[in-house]
Design a protein around this ligand. Structure first.
Ligand SMILES: Nc1ncnc2c1ncn2[C@@H]1O[C@H](COP(=O)(O)OP(=O)(O)OP(=O)(O)O)[C@@H](O)[C@H]1O
Length: 261
């Protein structure tokens, strides 16, 4: 029996904007199916740039990004979208659409005819859309225009759209931004319970330590540490990554981080 291919695999990946030096250099890692991985690092370390390579928004200058064993640039956008959903900080959506209509957009990669109208959602699609709305606690606001929702409610709509996409991999850029504490914990628990491969950038190291099975720390576009949270999130690595003095108290049920300049 052959070993299962990783859900996401980067091999020798470098990237930089056109005509500019590399921002990400020589990045290699493989994420097995079902693993929850957090990406952490200082402002400008390259976290969002790395995610953009993973969700096929930009192509690597060197190296390969594989999704379920295949070069992501050898598959078309619809096939990539059937396997991977991204929840981003920018929300380039039409503010006049209702929450339900935005969630329904998650079904488009599964339709025959990529531009199929929203009104043609079949019975099965409608059930999946309603399931995602309920799961994200959006039932009471599903018919409201997206533009009238609060920041946290919009974030939950974008996660519901990703769930409706029924991907195998979900990639999230700072998913807990805008969420109150209860919705932060609920979202992370929900993501953990999906059984999907999850890759999320997180600024909150306590959430990263509690939520993820693996933490990848970037510094200046390179992998500084990659391992289980208690190994990757060490005082020495955090000092190096964030240029601060870091103390970690591991006497409680979860680590407590404190920092000084
Ligand atoms: N298209 C681009 N053109 C020029 N510079 C870019 C481009 N994209 C990213 N950068 C630069 O690359 C560096 C990494 O940016 P990136 O957004 O990936 O960092 P980040 O780790 O996500 O930061 P933050 O925590 O602040 O969100 C930054 O210095 C940014 O200004």
């Amino acid at each position: 029996m052959t070993a299962q291919k990783p859900a996401v695999e980067l091999t020798g990946v470098s990237w930089g904007p056109k005509g500019r030096p590399d921002i990400l250099s020589d990045i290699s890692f493989a994420v097995p199916h079902g693993q929850i991985m957090a990406i952490c690092g200082a402002n400008g370390a390259g976290k969002s740039s790395l995610l953009r390579l993973i969700y096929r928004h930009q192509s690597p200058r060197k190296g390969t990004v594989r999704l379920i064993g295949r070069d992501i640039w050898a598959m078309g956008a619809p096939e990539a979208a059937r396997n991977l959903a991204a929840v981003l900080q920018e929300q380039p959506t039409d503010f006049a659409l209702t929450a339900r209509q935005i969630v329904a957009l998650g079904r488009l990669p599964h339709r025959r005819g990529w531009g199929a109208a929203l009104s043609t959602a079949g019975f099965e699609d409608a059930a999946i859309i309603e399931g995602a709305i309920l799961r994200m606690d959006l039932y009471g606001m599903a018919d409201r225009a997206f533009g009238t929702l609060s920041g946290g409610e919009r974030q939950r709509v974008m996660v519901a759209r990703a769930l409706a996409q029924q991907p195998r991999v979900i990639v999230l850029d700072e998913p807990t931004n805008h969420l109150d504490i209860r919705h932060q914990l609920e979202l992370l628990a929900l993501l953990k319970g999906l059984g999907l491969t999850v890759i999320a950038t997180l600024h909150d190291l306590t959430l990263a330590a509690e939520f993820s099975e693996r933490v990848l720390i970037l510094r200046d576009g390179r992998v500084l540490a990659d391992g289980p949270p208690d190994q990757a999130l060490s005082e020495a690595t955090l000092a190096d990554a964030f240029h601060v003095k870091a103390r970690i108290d591991r006497t409680g049920p979860s680590p407590r981080f404190s920092f000084q300049l």
